[in-house]
Design a protein around this ligand. Sequence first.
Ligand SMILES: *Cc1c(COP(=O)(O)O)cnc(C)c1O
Length: 384
Amino acid sequence: MSAPPAADAADAAPFREAVVDLGAVRDNVRTLARAVSPAHVMVVVKANGYGHGAVPVARSALAGGADWLGVADLHEGLQLRAARIDAPILAWLHDPGADFAPAIAGHLDLGASSLGQLSAIAAAAASVGTVAAVHLKLDTGLSRSGIPPEHWPETVARAAELEADGRIRVRGIFSHLANTSPDEDAVQLAAFERGLESAAAAGLRPELRHLASTAGALRLPASRFDLVRIGIGAYGIPPFGDGTTAAELGLRPAMTLRGRVAAVRRIPAGAGVSYGHIWRAARPTTVALVPLGYADGVPRQASGRAEVWLADARRPVIGRIAMDQFVVDVGDDRVETGDEVVLFGDPETGAPSADDWGDAADTIGYDIVTRIGPRVPKRYVGGE
Ligand SMILES: *Cc1c(COP(=O)(O)O)cnc(C)c1O
């Protein structure tokens, strides 16, 4: 048995880390649940909880009032079950050869995006000796997965037969918005309503009709139906990409990516920095080395474009971001090896947001938080 770590050891900032504030997740879910009430809230924890850690995020989301969890893959749902999370879970993206039996035995609800999936789910339910809970997914215009409208009447008829046979229960009918424009959302909404009507005509009585992700849940009340599927909002990142801040939505970013300055040096005018010397000092300046690179998920595309928070100010990233490290310019300010540097976090603290890094790398905040590499340890704060 080793001794518990001393308090100051726990407080010392590691070389690099992602701090995940579970209290923020809980508060964000509570805020969003209030906003969409009486609709139920599913918190989406696919892709390891958008890079934040699926199990701790799931627990915090449930503590904040989520009554469902959503994942893409079956094994993501089964990992939550292995962690003894017994809330309802929906999984919707399936391997063509998926074995649904373990998922049904594990009480996962299953999205069905084709007649073939529906049949495979029904057969697996028979093999397990139970009734599979199914959410039929209609493609209302995203053109990814989902049952195309022309196959919908046949699919709902088959689903009604399988329900009558006691193989499945159609617990939900859902679709997903492209979040393109209010007009296009309205077209998808109308297609969804038509799909619900023909499902009702076939005799289906789903208890959960669901369409909205975070964006629709916040800006398109008509898309809330019985349940909303909240992903990015739970992590405190705005879904819109239009400059709306987390604080304006009453949300707080859960993840802070930070490290400690690994080296500091004074360089003369004309000195080039990092590979290819795409940046050269216009005057003598002080530069600081940040020990995170693209192996850690820091996008190389943000070279020369992003900023970090260091010594009480935003500092520009200069030169190429490398695999393990990049350099920032601090001018004539005093910075020392070991100083804390924040790549992104809560912009209310002065730090850049994940969306700021997304802008710098021609991508979105979703991509920034989800891509953090395995070399970056996570530290959880604010949990129960
Ligand atoms: C990822 C996902 C969501 C969550 O979307 P956010 O924009 O993160 O809220 C909802 N529904 C489906 C089907 C998804 O794949």
